[in-house]
Write a protein that binds this ligand. Sequence first.
Ligand SMILES: Cc1cc2nc3c(=O)[nH]c(=O)nc-3n(C[C@H](O)[C@H](O)[C@H](O)COP(=O)(O)O)c2cc1C
Length: 198
Amino acid sequence: MSVFEIIQRRRSIGKMTEQRPTRQQIEHLIEAATHAPNHHKVEPWKFIVLAGKARAELGQVMADALVQRLEENPFDKAEALINKERNKLLRSPVVIVAVAVPPRQPKVLEIENIEAVAAAVENRLLAAEEMGLACMWRTGDAAYDPRVKRWLGLEPEDHIVAFVYVGFPSIPKLERHPTSAEEKTTWLGWEEDEFSRM
Ligand SMILES: Cc1cc2nc3c(=O)[nH]c(=O)nc-3n(C[C@H](O)[C@H](O)[C@H](O)COP(=O)(O)O)c2cc1C
């Protein structure tokens, strides 16, 4: 398969079997991420792999964090929401947390570190597609909650760019046809003869 075909075929798959990918497969996905472009070569990423009971432990932290957020903003169906939050990470056998660290040098822009980690996550999704694995990039309020970051050993200034759910697909991919590139693109100066301006 060409890279272009893999890009076209990749789709989020939210439902996975309980079968855990091998350690080698997860390491391969992480390595793919580390080849992403990054400005000033700062490699602004950290990855945390959650499997087994670590998913339930973080799920409990996410549920407790949600309870505290709801105290500030009460909501009718809170209990169902809290239960859902507790079980979220159990939707796949492995979850890789992709983190962008803040800049350490003045010339490095924070947004560019986040962009580089987003590119790293996409590399991972494409590598997973090639390997026949199911993947889903998720965030949600938990990704921005300092209590969740603390449990993961992160600083409040670190950014959780993605919870990448990884496993084997248990449902077919949903079809999605993106808006045409033509509609999203403006061409400037393309019709001009470059040499006529010289
Ligand atoms: C920054 C980011 C955050 C996302 N967070 C979620 C999420 O919290 N829940 C979810 O179901 N999908 C999430 N997604 C996945 C998108 O819903 C999905 O990519 C989109 O529907 C397009 O479908 P496709 O990936 O199958 O092409 C996220 C994607 C990105 C890029």
